[in-house]
Structures are given as structure tokens and as C-alpha cells.
Design a protein around this ligand. Sequence first.
Ligand code: GLC
Ligand code: CA
Length: 560
Amino acid sequence: MKLANIKREWWKEAVVYQIYPRSFQDSNGDGIGDLRGIINRLDYIKSLGIDVVWLNPIYSSPNDDMGYDISDYRNIMEEFGSMEDFDELLAGMHQRGIKVVLDLVVNHTSDEHEWFKQSRSSRDNPYRDYYHWWPAEKGTPPTRWSFFDEQANAWKFDEQTNSYYLHYFAVKQPDLNWENPKVRAEIFNMMHYWFKKGIDGFRMDVITFISKHPDYPEFPKECYGSKMIDMYAQGPKLHDYLHEMNREVLQHYDVMTVAEGPGTHIDTVLDLVDEERQELNMNYHFDHQGIGVGERYIVNHDFQNLVKFKRVMSEWDAVFEHKGWNTTYLGNHDFPRMVTRWGNDSPAYRVPASKLLSTYLLTMRGTPYYYMGDEIAMANIKFDDINDYKDLMTINWYHLTKQEGGDLDVFMESHKLCGRDNARTPIQWDASKNAGFTTATPWIKVNSDYTQFNVATQDKDPESPLNYFKKLTQLRKDHLTLVYGAYQLLWPDHKELYAYTRSMDDIVILVLLNFSVKTLALELPQDLQNGSVLINNYPQFECHGNKIKLQGYQSIVLQI
Ligand code: GLC
Ligand code: CA
């Protein structure tokens, strides 16, 4: 790999920090995080050394799916503040050299969006074709699976016009009909509206699902249930629409775009992100998150299978060797806390494991997406009581499992590991009541470990995960090899060690990550010896010639 041959882009060199506004900081004492709360924390965000902030949806919403059900794309959710607050937030980020990426949720709207209210009112309403309708006189519509429906059925019968509407997600999230050019024009105009305000990009929610076959053909039987995701991502006009979006909107601004890409696969993903095709910049895949997790997020013995994890991440890296661009993430608002999911949240290893995972994210090729709170090693809250959950996905699946007489203990244990709410508990700012997140009752419980794990304590401790993360963002800035360098996996079959090199021009960087509690003894190959330590999550590094030892969850980055 030679830097001279690389097309450098700011969004390839950026570290993205994801903020889930509802749980970041409450400023007005209603128990819900808000935009003013983020404004009050701008200096903290800047201090992390990140370049881009991705905000989960901030638009008007009845919050059935926490903002992913939008009722007005051009207004701010009441609980989060006002458009003036947003403008101030954007200006404050830009003053600090931070770019802002918003969530673009256009596969569906809320059923409380004006378009849907019109659409459902009569069959000849001008907005009728903004959504997908199936007239009941044609019989039962072809089977479609829904993520969030209590019965997993994506068609909802609507009495008023004796028709069914399509909703891949909750019943209150009807899918927009992209076949209709008016829908596309509305969406493109709305995107211009936000770009003209000065935002720097969009993370595109389930963008791979926007194209539906107008005849809704029956899918092959082997694609039933959640496997329908693959079919959803192969809509016949997906690439036409994205190319049109690029032509009509994206190419007019210097912005970044990332596809949330459920159903994307290594053999076809370049169709989305090969720059020559002029669609999107990067893809965000789910293959690693699926390891060891089955239907309804029931966890199995493969949950932390490192060999599989390495294989998946390495295969995805290889796709973008010459074209397109990858993303790397280990958690977000839809997945468990990374230290619980991929590391070890026991008292003995939580700190080194969290630092190891941060090291991984910041030394891989592909833009790192770092989820808020991971910098202080926040861990899963692991609710015992279903009534503590706020997420409709866990709640609906719980009821479905109960109705079917399924094993609720297994369900609850699995959701302690995988439930989405684990990542949605408030940021732990300090050791005061409610972790400094709010003066009121928080909308979701604060993890009781906040007295130990919080920003204020870690800020003062030079060895904390927080300060380690800041060193890592600087390290990535100092070494373009970590951004663009070729990636080569070492010891692919090792069950505890994840090791790789990153190389560019005449520079080689070696990353050694011990994903286990065991002490690992290794012999380094000749050409990888005598490196100098760039960063180490332990105070020592045991190295004698070619023989090295790694402590439990030790991670070391060496320049050879
Ligand atoms: C995406 C979001 C998730 C949301 C879903 C439906 O996967 O990340 O939070 O529930 O889309 O909009
Ligand atoms: Ca608030």
C-alpha cells in the first residue's frame, strides 16, 4: 500500500462518535437527554479527539421506536428542544472543528406523520401512494416478516379503507413507497434542507430496505422469518434510487454518507459503495453482531467465538482493498455494550478489556464508529425485570415468547446480554445522584455501577479507559498507516489472540490483542521483532527477543 496511490478523504480519516441524545445529558430536569445537554458537554466531546458526531434521530416523533418513527422531518422532537437549540449545537460543533452527521430515516415514517394521516384517510387521497397498501378484496397479502410487530406480521389491516399497509418495523412505522416519484422528491428536498443548514452527512437507517417490488411476490420458503432481511435488501430498484439520491442531492455537498446495511453481503456490497457508481461512501454491516445470536436475540455458545469474529472482520476488510470504504464498530444503540459483548465485564478485566476493544476499533482499516459511554467502559445493565425495559423490541418478543409458552428465563438471560436497552442507559458523568445525567427520574434506569465508572473519576486518572481512548484518537491521527495501511491477519485460527499488521510505504505496525483472561506466550516471526511500543494497556510488556507474553486482555501496538 502506498499513500501516494490513495484517494484521501476526510471521512476516511475521521473517528465518528455516536451520541444517543436521549441518554447523553438532561438539561431541564425532565429525565430525558436533550440538545441543550449536548451543548453543555461540547468541550468534553471535543476533548475526546473525535472528528464527527453522529446523532441518533432528533426529529419530531411520538417515540414509539425512540425517534426512529418520525412525524415531522423538519422539526425537532419536543423533548429534545427547538430548532434554535439545534442551530446552536451545530455551530458549537463546527466552532470546535467537529462535523455533524444526522440519522436519515426514510424507509418508514411514524403513522402520525401528516403524509400517513392523509394516506390512510381514503383510497383516492393524493397521499395514498406515499405508502404501501394492499386492498383487502385481493385476499390476504403475501407474507412479510416484521421486526417489531407483536405477531411478526408486517401487514396491518386498516379498517378505514379496508386495506393493509406494510410496516417492516412497528405498526406505528409504515413503510414509505419509494416507487412514487413524489415521495423521492419530498425526501430529497428534506435532505437539501438539512444540508443547507450545514450538516455534514447522513447515517442512513435501514437504507437497504427502501425498494420493494410493487407486486409483493411471495418469497421462497427458505427466506421466512428474520431471514427475510436478505430479501428486503435486494429490492429491484435500490441502486437506482441511491444513484438518483446521489445525483439529486449528495454530489452537491462535501458530505459523508453511511449505509446502515442490514442484508448486505461481501459479494455485493461494492454495488453500494464503489465510488464510481456514485451511490454512498461506506457500509455498516451486521455479520459480526450475528455471531452467537439467534432468533429473538437468544444467545448461544458461539457468542464470543473469536475465530469467527476474526474471519468475518477480515473478510469484510478484504472487500475494500481497492474500492469503496468500510466501517468498524463493536456496539451502538441497537447492540449490547462492547465490553460485555466482546470483552469481559467482570471487575478484574473490565478496564483492560475495554481498552483492548478501543485499541481494536482505532487500529483497523475503515472509519471507526465509537459509541458514547464506551470511553468510560460502560457495561450492560442486565435488567432482571421485563418492566425495566423500554425497548419495544425486547417487550414485544417477550410477549410473543410468553404467548407461545416459550422459555422466558432463557429469553431474559439472553436479553441481559443482547437487549438493546443495555446500550441506552444514561451516560455516567459523575458519582452524584443519577450519575449527573438528570436531577429528575431518568427515562430509563441508570446503571448502579456509576459511582465507580464515571467521567469525573476517569478524567482525573491518567490510566483510565477515558484517557486511554484520548491517546488512541491521537495515535490514529499521528499514523496514517492505521487509516490506510494494508491489513494482514496473523494466526487466523488462534482462539484467544487477534493479531494483525497494518502496513503502508515502509511502515509496519503490529497490533496484538489478547481476547482472553489467559496469559499468552507467543513467538513473533522474524520480520516482526524489535518493535517499539506505541501504546500498551498494561504498565509492562514482557518481551525477550522473539518471545513475548501477553497478560489477560492485554493489547499492544508496536511499530516495527
Ligand atoms: C435501525 C435503527 C434502530 C431502529 C430501526 C428501525 O436499525 O438503528 O434503532 O429501531 O432501524 O428504524
Ligand atoms: Ca431534558
